[in-house]
Design a protein around this ligand. Structure first.
Ligand code: ATP
Length: 428
């Protein structure tokens, strides 16, 4: 393994033409400005692992924001500059985006606070990164195009399948890296290196993870729950005693594992039935936090400081799951109209989570709801009812509800049935 080696042929073999020519363009533009340009981070990691990655992070030795502005102008793209961090995002008409940054060294004034930024070289820029596998760069300017820079043995750790930090204070600088370590470990089937493992345990004993709050705390969990290997990630979080920062009600035990396993079956079933993707992280989130009751759940979500839209989606999911569980417990007669009434406010993400937490006995009910009852529509319109003699106003809504129930329960089938039924019920 060479610290500096040429990966040009790897790029030519593995990158699609568009990406390859984009990187060449960036290199040429950098050369014109006498800057050095590098593609860095996850893109390089995934290139070496021969996995697709379309998130291009460019680091410029020079003024990254100025470079991005010039580059955008040349390519008729939009540019958004973040002056304080000397970064910029360039977006093309087709929605494709590239991130540009100025090579930087960060000084953490206090742990977990926003870092101070100064210009520097790519090596110190790479040194501030999270793991060796994410701390490599490929040079893009001039004749050096394709030169891999690997100062911290990232290639070796890819071969050894290890997640390793670059230095012992890494989690003090940014404790959220522990969540990232878990995420990458499960995504790639890598092991957390033994020193890094000890550092995470040490960080936990120093209570550093309690500093990760608000959106950051939420996002780290959301990303973990979006991974296929989320269950193993939760096991690791449990091992490091990190679940408690989210909720002391979460118990990583067989019961929880079984709920998640059921949810995976349900998810497969749903995908086959509807050929439609759902927010899987949200289904899993709903399962994980279901043990938190009412008010406690609400204050937990409030702590994440999400947008009001995001927060209310999660609160509604939880509220209607609790509602459904309590009604299913209270009433034993599960007529279709009852099931519809219980489930009609559930999102798909919460309906599947509900089926998973309630266990085998209720699964078929929720499946019936999603495949059948949810789509039942009556044939009569509000206008039809008015013409049949139902007075305008709240009576119409009442009539429509009664009719839908009758249809769900098979009491009416055709439009004629519906009209007769209404005439009988409402004496019109
Ligand atoms: P993903 O495929 O999940 O997007 P990624 O490695 O591209 O993986 P990002 O979160 O987009 O992840 O981060 C891009 C790069 O920025 C990383 O590869 C890493 O070099 C660096 N980075 C991100 N977060 C941190 C952090 N908390 N501390 C240090 N470096 C980080």
């Amino acid at each position: 393994i060479l610290k500096n080696r040429n990966v040009l042929s790897k790029m030519q073999e593995n990158l699609n033409k568009k990406i390859l020519s984009l990187l060449k363009n960036i290199g040429a533009a950098a050369e014109e400005m006498h800057y050095k340009a590098y593609v860095v981070g996850g893109f390089v990691r995934d290139l070496l692992m021969e996995k697709d990655n379309y998130d291009i992070d460019i680091v410029i030795e020079g003024d990254g924001a100025k470079f991005a502005v010039n580059y955008a102008k040349k390519h008729n793209a939009k540019v958004f500059v973040h002056k304080k961090f000397k970064t910029a995002v360039v977006s093309f008409d087709d929605g494709f985006k590239i991130d540009f940054a100025t090579a930087r060294t960060e000084y953490y004034v206090t742990p977990a606070a926003a870092p101070e930024v100064v210009e520097s070289s790519v090596k110190s820029d790479l040194f501030r990164r999270d793991f060796t596998i994410n701390a490599m760069a490929v040079r893009l300017d001039g004749a050096q195009f394709g030169l891999l820079l690997d100062f911290f043995m990232g290639q070796k750790d890819i071969l050894d399948k290890k997640i390793r930090v670059l230095h012992s204070l890494s989690f003090v600088d940014d404790p959220s890296r522990a969540y990232r370590a878990i995420r990458f470990a499960v995504r790639f089937g890598f092991e957390i290196g033994s020193h890094t493992d000890r550092l995470i345990k040490h960080a936990e004993s120093l209570d550093l993870f309690s500093r990760i709050i608000g959106q950051r705390q939420f996002l780290e969990l959301k990303y973990i729950l979006a991974e296929d290997g989320y269950l193993f990630a939760l096991q690791l979080m449990n091992k490091y005693n990190m679940l408690r920062f989210y909720s002391t009600k979460i118990k990583y035990d067989d019961e929880l594992i079984n709920k998640f396993k059921r949810s995976e079956h349900l998810l497969n079933w749903y995908k086959i039935q509807f050929e439609e993707d759902i927010e899987v992280w949200r289904m899993r989130f709903n399962i994980l936090f279901f043990p938190e009751k009412g008010e406690n759940f609400i204050s937990l979500i409030d702590k994440f400081e999400l947008s009001s839209k995001e927060a209310s989606i999660l609160k509604d999911d939880h509220k209607y799951m609790e509602y459904a569980v309590s009604l299913f417990k209270r009433y034993k007669d599960h007529k279709p109209s009852f099931i519809y009434g219980v489930c009609s406010n559930l999102s798909v993400e919460s309906a599947l989570a509900l089926a998973a937490v309630m266990g085998e006995s209720k699964q078929d009910i929720i499946k019936d709801y999603l495949t059948e009852y949810k789509n039942v529509k009556i044939d009569l319109s509000g206008q039809d009812l008015i013409e049949a003699g139902i007075p305008k106003g709240p009576e119409i809504k009442k009539a429509l509800d009664v009719l839908l129930k009758a249809k769900l329960d098979g009491i009416v089938n055709t439009k004629e049935d519906e009209l007769l039924f209404i005439k009988n019920e409402f004496g019109v």
